[in-house]
Design a protein around this ligand. Structure first.
Ligand code: FES
Length: 477
C-alpha cells in the first residue's frame, strides 16, 4: 500500500551518521516537522543536524493528504468556548502564518512541488452550526464565509469556506527543502545522554535536542504517552472522479475528506482510534463511498495515516520537561500536520533565537489541561501485567481453525498470544503484550497489523515494529 506521493516522487538516499560530531542543535526525525525545523534554524544561523531512523518523509509525511490550511475542521466556535477568544486567536493566527510561510518559502526558493493556492471547506448537515462557525472564524480574523452550495456530491447544508489556503506534493517539497541541510538517514536514535544523541554508528553533541519524530519516544520525564492517543484514517486516490476546485472535510467522525492532486481525487475518511479496528472494513467502506459518489472511478492507490492527538487537541510544541531544559518537543498535530509542522518550526526557531513568539504559551507542553485526566485514567486501565518476553505453544488445531488471511488473539496454556495465518496457510505468532508499557495489542484486519489501543504502537504480523512509541518488535525470543 503506497501513497500517491510515494508513487510519484523518488527521494534521494542519504548516508547514515558515522563517527562523532557536534552541532548547535540536533533534530530527531526527518519528517515535515523535523526538516522544516532544521530549515528554519539554519536560516537563522543555527547549525543543525537531522537524524532520521529510516528515510526522510518516510513516516507520516508520505501518508498525509497534504492540505496546508488553518481550517482544522469545525473548530473555531468550539475553541473560543473551551479556551477563550485569546487562545483561539493565537492558535488560528499561528496556523494562518504557517500557510503564508509555505507560500513564502516555495516562491522564494522556487520549489517545484505542485503547490496550488486553494480554498478550504468544512461541510455539515447543520446550517445553523455552519453559520455560527463562519461568524466565529471571522471573529478570529479569518476570511471565512458560509456557502450553501458546494461542488462535492454529498448531502449537506453547505460549508464554511476559508479563502487562500493551499495544497501541494509533500515529498517533492521536503526533498527540495532538505537539499541544503545536514541530514543523516538510517540513523535511529537509541539513547540520549545529557547533550549527546547516540545512534548505532555515531553520536551528535548539541546544545539543543529537538524531538520531531511523530511520537516522543522517551517516556520519562514528559509522560507524553499518557497525554496523547493515536488515531488512524484511510485514503483512496481515484482516477476518473472529476476535478475539484477546493479542499473539503466533513464535520463529525464519519465524514469524508476530499482534495484533488493532478488527475486524481483523494478521498479520505473512516478514522478510528488506533487499536480499535477488529472488525475492519475501512477500505471497503471507502470504496463503497467512491462507487456511490463517483461511479465509474478507478482506484489508483490506497494508504493509511496515523495521527497523535492531545487531550485538548492543541499540539505540544516547546520544552520537553522542566527537568530537561535543553530538550524541545513537537508532536500532537492531529490531522493538521502540514500547518502544525510549520508552526512548530517557526516557534522552535524563535525559542532558540531568544525571540518572543506570541503563540508559544498556547502550545507549551507544560500547560495543564483538565481534559487530560479522563484520558490517563482510561489508558492506565488497559495495561496488562508483565513485559517479560514469553514463549507460547499454539496447538495445531487452534491454528487450523483460523481462516487464511485472518489474525486473532488465542488463549494458550501459557497465556494469550497473537496468531496470523497467511493466504497460503503459513502461521505467524507474536507476543501480544506491547513492549512500550504492557497493554494488550489488538488485531487490525484492514492492515494485517497488531495495534496498541493504549498509545498507538503498531507491529506487522511478523512482529516487526511499524510505529512507536514502542522501540522494539513483538517477536518471541
Ligand atoms: Fe504504550 Fe502500547 S503500551 S503503545
Amino acid at each position: 500500500m503506497e501513497s500517491i506521493w510515494s508513487k510519484t516522487c523518488d527521494i534521494r538516499k542519504r548516508e547514515p551518521l558515522r563517527g562523532d560530531s557536534e552541532a548547535d542543535a540536533v533534530v530527531i526525525g526527518g519528517g515535515m516537522a523535523g526538516i522544516l525545523t532544521a530549515y528554519q534554524l539554519e536560516k537563522a544561523g543555527i547549525e543543525t543536524v537531522v537524524l532520521e531512523a529510516e528515510r526522510i518523509g518516510g513516516g507520516q509525511t508520505k501518508n498525509t493528504t497534504a492540505k496546508i490550511t488553518s481550517q482544522h475542521g469545525m473548530f473555531c466556535k468550539t475553541f473560543i468556548e473551551k479556551k477563550g477568544k485569546e487562545t483561539a486567536l493565537k492558535y488560528v493566527q499561528s496556523n494562518q502564518k504557517a500557510v503564508e510561510e509555505y507560500k513564502r518559502i516555495i516562491q522564494g526558493e522556487k520549489i517545484d512541488c505542485d503547490f496550488e493556492e486553494m480554498d478550504s471547506y468544512v461541510y455539515s448537515q447543520d446550517a445553523d452550526k455552519l453559520k455560527e462557525e463562519a461568524e466565529a472564524a471571522c471573529e478570529l480574523g479569518i476570511s471565512a464565509v458560509y456557502e450553501k452550495e458546494i461542488e462535492i456530491p454529498v448531502s449537506c447544508a453547505g460549508a464554511v469556506r476559508f479563502a487562500h489556503q493551499a495544497q501541494f506534493h509533500p515529498l517533492k517539497f521536503i526533498e527540495a527543502v532538505a537539499d541544503s541541510l545536514t541530514v543523516y538517514e538510517d540513523s535511529p536514535v537509541k539513547e540520549i545522554e545529557e547533550h549527546t544523541v547516540k545512534t548505532p554508528c555515531g553520536t551528535v553533541q548539541a546544545g539543543k535536542i529537538i524531538f520531531a519524530a511523530h511520537f516522543p519516544f522517551i517516556n520519562f520525564p514528559g509522560m507524553y504517552f499518557a497525554r496523547m492517543h493515536q488515531e488512524r484514517s484511510y485514503v483512496l486516490a481515484l482516477e476518473g472522479a472529476g476535478t475539484l476546485n477546493g479542499m473539503y472535510i466533513g464535520d463529525g467522525e464519519s465524514a469524508l475528506s476530499f482534495r484533488q492532486y493532478g488527475r486524481y481525487l483523494l478521498l479520505g475518511g473512516q478514522g478510528h482510534r488506533t487499536g480499535k479496528n477488529k472488525e475492519g472494513g475501512r477500505y471497503a467502506a471507502l470504496c463503497g463511498a467512491a462507487e456511490t459518489l463517483y461511479p465509474g472511478s478507478k482506484e489508483i492507490a490506497r494508504w493509511s495515516a496515523q495521527d497523535c492527538v492531545t487531550a485538548d487537541e492543541i499540539p505540544f510544541i516547546g520544552t520537553y520537561a522542566k527537568e530537561r531544559p535543553a530538550w524541545i518537543v513537537a508532536t500532537g498535530f492531529r490531522k493538521w500536520g502540514m500547518s502544525s509542522s510549520m508552526s512548530a518550526a517557526m516557534l522552535i526557531r524563535d525559542m532558540l533565537c531568544g525571540n518572543d513568539n506570541p503563540h508559544a504559551e498556547v502550545f507549551a507542553p507544560a500547560r495543564f489541561s483538565a481534559e487530560e485526566i479522563p484520558q490517563i485514567m482510561k489508558d492506565s486501565g488497559t495495561a496488562v501485567k508483565g513485559l517479560t518476553k514469553r514463549f507460547f505453544h499454539i496447538p495445531g488445531e487452534m491454528a487450523g481453525q483460523l481462516e487464511p488471511g485472518h489474525g486473532a488473539v488465542v488463549e494458550t496454556a501459557e497465556g494469550k498470544a497473537g496468531v496470523y495465518k497467511t493466504e497460503e496457510g503459513r502461521i505467524f505468532q507474536v507476543d501480544i503484550v506491547c513492549p512500550h508499557l504492557g497493554c494488550e495489542l489488538a488485531w487490525n484486519s484492514d492492515e494485517r497489523t497488531w495495534d496498541c489501543p493504549c498509545h498507538g504502537s503498531r507491529f506487522d504480523y511478523e512482529g516487526n515494529l511499524l510505529e512507536g512509541p514502542a522501540q522494539e518488535g513483538i517477536h518471541y525470543e
